[in-house]
Design a protein around this ligand. Structure first.
Ligand SMILES: *[C@@H]1O[C@H](CO)[C@@H](O)[C@H](O)[C@H]1NC(C)=O
Ligand SMILES: *[C@@H]1O[C@H](CO)[C@@H](O)[C@H](O)[C@H]1NC(C)=O
Ligand SMILES: *[C@@H]1O[C@H](CO)[C@@H](O)[C@H](O)[C@H]1NC(C)=O
Ligand SMILES: *[C@@H]1O[C@H](CO)[C@@H](O)[C@H](O)[C@H]1NC(C)=O
Ligand SMILES: *[C@@H]1O[C@H](CO)[C@@H](O)[C@H](O)[C@H]1NC(C)=O
Ligand SMILES: *[C@@H]1O[C@H](CO)[C@@H](O)[C@H](O)[C@H]1NC(C)=O
Ligand SMILES: *[C@@H]1O[C@H](CO)[C@@H](O)[C@H](O)[C@H]1NC(C)=O
Ligand SMILES: *[C@@H]1O[C@H](CO)[C@@H](O)[C@H](O)[C@H]1NC(C)=O
Length: 901
């Protein structure tokens, strides 16, 4: 008997892979708007209309020139996707067969062999259709009829407008966008955003499969993990698809694999009834905490993951699913402070300062948002920049399995928005029903991932309502709708579905405090509650005083231009590469964005004065990247130095800094730190340093200087030394040096140096801010470096700088002769699996904002945008393809601040 049973398992385990994929090549049809002509083209699944038509040479490259507008007609058409396929007897004879669409974008009617099997209207849903009756022995024909999302949005709006309008009516003209995306459950940014074009996409953006069900099929496995005393209790829930012919007894077993020698398992028998509406069953697993390692965010420990195997066996069928889980607790601590409430994440009982950025979809074409190379590169870049959190923003999409798997692996905590952003939303019965399914499915799909630490109802919709962004005024109906959607529906559902994670209704919001006033009615930007978004394009970004001392900064940022190497391939004439060209205006969606940019740069740096438009464009790229990098650095440092104390009015205890935004969807001026081609902007290199585990920063108020050493380490450190060097801008030797010895760096806190040594040093402060006296010459402006070292002289934090106020734009910068040498030997160290290449830089003078580029060679530098206060500096190029030092040397370009004028 025993042997027999094992035999069955072996036979049926193979059955696990019985599904028939319908991915691959399909046929598409579209009517062109010009000649009303029907065109047939070869299509791909997963895929989408814009990528398919471009591949078929029916429309030009979507992201070149102003082709977003040229190709726009596509989004107004109806489209048909068809697939012919055969099934074998296994499928034909199965008692039940389901057809699963993992993602359809968005409005489609689905026919199988001429029978209408269903409709879709929400791109965030998985659709499962019972097709048992419709499969044929001969060829099968699956037809998907798509309607234009632009037209449907318009129809829904017109219908709704009979009662009341749901704003915003449209995007600003400069977006070249489409209207009414808030009426449809589709990626909101696909109708345009201030950083992206409109591509009202259609298509089957995720996989399609057909699955025979003999008795049972495990659709999903979810886990809820709670820590109770010395155990991790795992509630495992299996969601079944069953045949409805007979009652089934099913043996469920679950095994947690701890290591080669050790498994922990549990099993039980359950019954599944024909008349069951609820086809989920649970099983518990208790894991002694001392047997497993915890999962930690990046920088705090390992990201240990365990595989959990669930197997179900009936008398004739065995199915299995393996998932990966991690053990960690997460709390959002909101406890009373002097004023307001705290707002920070605590993982495994350690308060964590959230460092990171905001993630927008990796592509404006949904089918390209899960490309392994792209996602790996972006998340790896986040990890390399010492980030531990990304916010998956509510105008994009619930990301792919791949995305969250990598986040789990890299220790990137995810703040997960629901997909509602910058708008009011309808609350019709259909809309709420669709949203409810969306919430249930996506929470179930994602909740196994230890990386996800928070669910958030929407992006900026409370702020929009409170601040009357869209003319909603004091109308009660919009408040009622708001509560209906985010509180009565989403909050309630999420709290039922997932008791292991916190939920906030909106970002920004006042967190728990919102409950006190029924979620709307107070300024959601209060500094002493919840999270805040802060943008200011008028103040000097390098001036720390302007920034708000908040509990958690979940959005802030500045624009810059992407690399010239990213822009070059998409323009047809070199005259487009001009900050005043029509092309550039087309790419700049932010109204007055370029004016802000120029004005912000001019506050600290001299503007380019050349008449050569291409050179001027390159200078603007460089200067805008400096301005963005330094501004975000200073703002982030301000947030980090506010980590462990409150000021006299109770502001402070800042525990999060997520700048806007990590990535891009096209080649355009934007707030990103990584451009569309994956190139790190200067900001991303700076993020590596300003997010380092320990930083040394400063604050100057009323000619009073204080030094703040911020540590995220959970152990204190003794006997560190701070070195303050003042340099005249024309001499590579410091003109004044101070040593501050024997500093104890507190654990997970800010250590402030504010004693006599600095307190009465207004002369020092004045010197730092203004002029240094060098021995030989007259006074000149000076720049100050802060270096923190341990007792053996090894740097503990990246070197930091105090720039003289208003100076870099007014004086003649030192002329430096910088040369670069590429060492012929590959270094033994490897990244991206390719050997690293060493570069040696030499200069004869202080050199500011040294910027290295490697043209179209894939890779990055170990440091970039740095200052040289030494004659020699060694830099590593980390290549992501094999290249010789010689090839690198040919492509290398070096830019310095004094060099561009
Ligand atoms: C029938 O098709 C399914 C799906 O492609 C495949 O997994 C299975 O092996 C096939 N069965 C036989 C008997 O060929
Ligand atoms: C697409 O449809 C919308 C809504 O009807 C309309 O405003 C727009 O002009 C159309 N665009 C094109 C390119 O035909
Ligand atoms: C399945 O079990 C339920 C509950 O025991 C019973 O009412 C039903 O008749 C059974 N159905 C079949 C097909 O045996
Ligand atoms: C993390 O993993 C490494 C390598 O497996 C191991 O040597 C180290 O002890 C682990 N650290 C902790 C804190 O568990
Ligand atoms: C300035 O003068 C002092 C004392 O005369 C000397 O120690 C120092 O090296 C000089 N600094 C420079 C930059 O020449
Ligand atoms: C260094 O600091 C420690 C701790 O604050 C103190 O106990 C010790 O006396 C100091 N040593 C010197 C040489 O000042
Ligand atoms: C503290 O550091 C200084 C160097 O900065 C070193 O000379 C001294 O020995 C250290 N003291 C201890 C107790 O380690
Ligand atoms: C550094 O630059 C300054 C200002 O341009 C110049 O006076 C000085 O001679 C330069 N130093 C060297 C070593 O070239």
């Amino acid at each position: 008997m025993r042997t027999f049973f094992q035999f069955i398992i072996i036979v049926f385990l193979v059955n696990n892979t019985l599904s028939l994929t319908l991915d691959g090549s399909w046929i598409g049809k579209i009517t062109t708007n010009k000649h009303e002509q029907e065109i047939t083209f070869s299509a791909t699944v997963p895929g989408g209309i814009y990528t398919d038509l471009n591949k078929a040479h029916i429309i030009p490259n979507n992201l070149n020139e102003n082709n977003d507008v040229i190709n726009r007609w596509v989004g107004n058409q109806s489209v048909i996707y068809t697939k012919r396929f055969y099934v074998n007897n296994t499928l034909l004879n199965a008692p039940k067969v389901v057809l699963i669409f993992h993602g359809v974008d968005t409005f489609a009617t689905i026919l199988l062999n001429g029978h209408e099997i269903g409709e879709t209207s929400n791109m965030f849903l998985r659709y499962t259709f019972d097709v048992t009756k419709y499969l044929e022995k001969e060829e099968n024909l699956l037809e998907i009829f798509f309607s234009s999302p632009v037209k449907i949005a318009e129809i829904l709006h017109n219908k709704q407008a009979l009662k009341y309008v749901i704003p915003p009516i449209c995007t600003p003209d400069s977006y070249n966008g489409e209207c009414h995306v808030n009426y449809i459950r589709k990626m909101q940014a696909s109708f345009s955003w201030d950083w992206g074009p409109a591509f009202p996409s259609m298509g089957i953006w995720k996989s399609v499969e057909i699955i025979p069900i003999n008795e049972i099929y495990i659709m999903d496995v979810t886990t809820d993990i709670h820590k109770k005393e010395n155990f991790w209790n795992i509630i495992i829930t299996l969601f079944f698809e069953v045949t409805s012919q007979r009652n089934i007894t099913c043996h469920i077993s679950s095994v947690l694999n701890i290591n080669d020698q050790l498994n922990i398992h549990n099993s039980s028998n359950v019954n599944l009834y024909t008349n069951d509406k609820d086809t989920k069953r649970t099983i518990l697993l208790k894991i002694p905490t001392n047997l497993v390692n915890e999962w930690w965010p990046n920088g705090y420990g390992n990201q240990t993951l365990y595989s959990l195997t669930v197997t179900t066996a009936t008398s004739t069928d065995v199915k299995q699913k393996i998932i990966h889980i991690g053990f960690r607790t997460v709390e959002l601590i909101q406890k009373p402070l002097k004023t307001g409430l705290s707002f920070y994440f605590q993982i495994n009982n350690v308060p964590i300062f959230a460092k990171g950025s905001n993630f927008i979809p990796a592509s404006v074409f949904p089918e390209l948002t899960a490309k392994t190379d792209t996602i790996k590169h972006l998340l790896r870049s986040a990890k390399e920049a010492n980030m531990n959190m990304l916010r998956v923003w509510g105008g994009g999409l619930y990301e792919s399995e791949l995305f969250y798997n990598i986040a789990d692996e890299y220790g990137i905590m995810i703040w997960q928005d629901f997909m509602f952003a910058c708008a009011m939303y309808p609350t019709t019965e259909e809309f709420l029903e669709s949203t409810k399914k969306e919430v249930i499915q996506n929470v179930q799909r994602l909740k196994n991932h230890p990386s996800i630490v928070l669910w958030a109802g929407n992006n900026e919709n409370e702020a929009a309502l409170y601040g009357n962004w869209y003319g909603t005024g004091t109308e009660q109906i919009y408040k009622t709708d708001y509560i209906k959607l985010y509180v009565d529906l989403i909050k309630k559902e999420v709290e039922q579905l997932d008791s292991t994670r916190p939920f906030v209704v909106s970002s920004p919001s006042n967190g728990l405090y919102t409950e006190k006033y029924n979620y709307i009615g107070k300024d959601p930007y209060l500094k002493t509650f919840g999270d805040v978004h802060y943008y200011n394009y008028f103040n000097n970004g390098w001036d720390m005083h302007q920034y708000p001392r908040v509990r958690f900064s979940s959005e802030y940022g500045f624009q810059s231009l992407p690399s010239i190497y990213t822009m070059l391939p998409i323009v047809s004439t070199i005259t487009d590469l001009d900050i005043h060209s029509d092309f550039f205006k087309h790419r700049q969606h932010l109204p007055l964005g370029t004016e802000y940019l120029i004005n912000l740069i001019s506050k600290n740096l001299k503007l380019p004065d050349t008449q050569n438009t291409l050179k001027r464009f390159e200078d603007y790229i460089y200067l805008s990247q400096i301005n963005q990098a330094v501004s975000v650095k200073i703002q982030t440092e301000f947030y980090r130095q506010s980590k462990s104390d409150l000021n006299e009015i109770g502001e402070g205890m800042t525990m999060g800094a997520l700048y806007w935004q990590l990535n891009d969807v096209w080649q355009a001026p934007s707030w990103s730190s990584i451009d569309f081609d994956g190139r790190w902007k200067m900001l991303h290199y700076y993020a590596v340093e300003f997010f380092a585990p320990i930083i040394v920063t400063y604050y100057i108020r009323n000619m009073h200087l204080s030094i703040h050493i911020v540590s995220d380490k959970i152990h204190s450190m003794k006997n560190a030394t701070l070195e303050v060097n003042l340099y005249a801008l024309n001499n590579i030797k410091p003109v004044q040096s101070y040593i501050y010895p024997n500093i104890t760096i507190e654990a997970n806190a800010v250590t402030t140096i504010d004693d006599n040594w600095l307190k009465y040093s207004w002369i020092l402060t004045s010197t730092i801010l203004n002029e240094c006296q060098s021995n030989s010459t007259t006074k000149s402006n000076c720049i100050t470096t802060l270096t923190l070292k341990d007792k053996t002289g090894i740097p503990l934090a990246p070197r930091n700088y105090i720039y003289p106020s208003n100076v870099l734009k007014n004086i003649a910068l030192p002329i430096a002769n910088v040369s670069i040498k590429v060492n012929d030997n590959h270094l033994p160290g490897k990244s991206f699996n390719y050997p690293n290449i060493e570069l040696e830089l030499t200069t004869d003078n202080i050199t500011l904002f040294v910027w290295l580029e490697a043209g179209n060679i894939c890779g990055r530098f170990s440091e970039n945008g740095f200052h040289m206060f030494e004659n020699k500096k060694s830099i590593i190029f980390l290549a992501c393809e094999f290249i010789t030092p010689k090839v690198l040397r040919k492509s290398l370009k070096i830019t310095t601040l004094s060099g561009i004028y």
